[in-house]
Design a protein around this ligand. Structure first.
Ligand SMILES: CCCCCCCCCC(=O)SCCNC(=O)CCNC(=O)[C@H](O)C(C)(C)COP(=O)(O)OP(=O)(O)OC[C@H]1O[C@@H](n2cnc3c(N)ncnc32)[C@H](O)[C@@H]1OP(=O)(O)O
Length: 425
């Protein structure tokens, strides 16, 4: 008999997903795994399995444009339970799968978990927008933002089964908020590991223009609360982007912090603005960078023939982790991920430059920002595609990071803002 942890909570959605992708159906009575999730996604959009067929697959999708709703009111409202999904990652029971997830230190590669969360968020969004009258979805659903990932348990064990669950908790006109949870089976029960909130955006079949998504109806006070939180999240995002240090000056308090850091680095012998001295137990920001390059091969493509967002998150996470590790001098644990912005799609064949910077420190905490940009070697143009923010904790106090230039001071303040948002004072 199957153990209860293998049993799928059968919602209308998991069934609807199954009829969406008959070929990728999961075994009866068992939650789908990540391979099935990705196979379903390929079927939902009609993605090519071979790169040589990708142009034909994209051309086939163009004809689906006529299936798009002209307005959101034309689409039936959905409940949260309609998009509820559970997915199983059998690390405990399938040792061959474990290899893909294993770190040298016998923990789970968090970058792989980011990939899984991304795929799940997309399938949840397709479940919300499912139309039984259509064989394929005309929507191209992409990841716009990883709003937040809160770690509730720092260690993920490589030999225990994992369960993901999630559903749509808020929708705009063309955007969808999906909340997901991950738990791990230990000592006879599933214990929470992390909570994640992603924002997905629906686009037309060619991924060129925004497309409407089904409205969402709350069922009962708990769902009402989730909807209100989604609305508040949207307002918070707008506020944050308006107050971005790339647009407006820092607040009075922030200016005082920067000035005090500056005064701390003045050379008392020369009393000059130009000669700067690194205070004890500190590191200049310019000495806390780590860079990497990825050549974006077809293997890493998503269902829309762009680079898979989860792959970008994994690469950025691993670079950020290595930087935090080198900075703190020991292996750090992840505390939170927040505000990962997918500004532009990354095309297959791109040269992707990743640059990580320790931008804020406090006690044992290390805040790392990873910036990614595509570089066109022919025109020599650089274009930012993503910005990632990770908060790590070391097992000992780390040196203070000190900005030298005005630009670095803004990175420091931005890092502090992210830190304060993710870690309770
Ligand atoms: C093969 C197996 C793999 C299976 C896995 C499949 C996974 C597929 C998922 C992916 O991998 S996607 C790849 C990673 N993501 C991207 O490449 C997206 C890159 N970014 C973009 O293309 C654009 O920035 C984006 C489409 C997200 C937004 O474009 P615009 O800024 O022009 O959007 P627009 O102004 O038209 O706004 C559309 C909606 O997006 C919302 N929006 C835009 N940026 C946002 C943001 N940063 N945060 C929250 N919401 C945002 C905006 O509020 C609005 O919502 P509402 O209509 O509901 O009001």
């Amino acid at each position: 008999m199957l153990s209860p942890r293998f049993l799928l909570l059968r919602s209308a959605v998991s069934l609807s997903c199954r009829s969406f992708c008959s070929g990728g159906a999961s075994k009866p009575g068992r939650a789908p795994d990540m391979i099935e999730v990705r196979n379903r996604l390929r079927e939902i959009v009609g993605a090519s399995t071979n790169w040589s067929d990708h142009q034909q697959a994209m051309a086939d999708r163009v004809s689906l444009s006529s299936m798009l709703a002209k307005s959101q009111q034309d689409l039936p409202a959905r409940r949260m339970k309609d998009s509820y999904l559970e997915v199983h990652l059998p690390l405990g029971s399938e040792p061959q799968l474990r290899e893909k997830y294993l770190t040298f230190h016998n923990t789970v590669r968090f970058g792989r978990i980011l990939e899984d969360l991304d795929s799940l968020a997309v399938l949840i969004s397709y479940s919300h927008t499912y139309n039984s009258a259509l064989k394929r979805s005309p929507l191209s659903i992409v990841t716009a933002l990883v709003d937040k990932i809160d770690m509730r348990h720092h260690v993920i064990y490589p030999d225990c089964d994992i369960k993901f669950s999630g559903r749509v908790t808020w929708v705009g006109r063309t955007s969808i908020e999906a909340k997901m949870h991950m738990s791990q089976y230990r000592d006879g029960a599933y214990a929470p590991v992390l909570d994640a909130t992603f924002v997905m955006v629906a686009r037309d079949p060619e991924n060129k223009r925004a497309a409407f998504v089904n409205p969402l109806k709350a069922d009962g006070p708990e769902e009402e609360k989730l909807l209100q939180e989604g609305e508040a999240n949207k307002s918070r995002r707008v506020e944050l982007s308006t107050a971005s240090l790339l647009k407006v000056a820092p607040t009075d308090d922030e200016r005082k912090i920067i000035h005090s850091l500056f005064l701390n680095t003045l050379d008392t012998n020369t009393v000059s603005f130009r000669s700067r001295v690194l205070p004890p137990n500190s590191v200049w920001m310019e000495d806390a960078k780590l860079k990497g390059l990825e050549i974006c091969h077809p293997q890493e493509r998503n269902i829309f023939n762009r680079i898979f967002g989860g792959f970008l998150m994994r690469k950025a996470y691993e670079l950020g982790w290595a930087n935090a590790c080198s900075y703190g001098g020991c292996r750090p644990n992840l505390v939170a991920v927040d505000d990962i912005l997918f500004q532009k799609p990354v095309e297959i064949g791109s040269l992707l430059l990743l640059s990580s910077q320790v931008c804020y420190t406090q006690g044992k905490y290390i805040q790392v920002r990873v910036h990614s940009e595509v570089f066109d070697p022919l025109t020599r143009q650089h274009n930012t595609t993503n910005v990632f923010h990770y908060t790590f904790i070391s097992d000992r106090d780390v040196p203070n990071i000190i900005p030298k230039t005005y630009g670095e001071s803004m990175l420091y303040l931005d890092g502090k803002r992210h830190f304060n948002q993710t870690v309770e004072p």
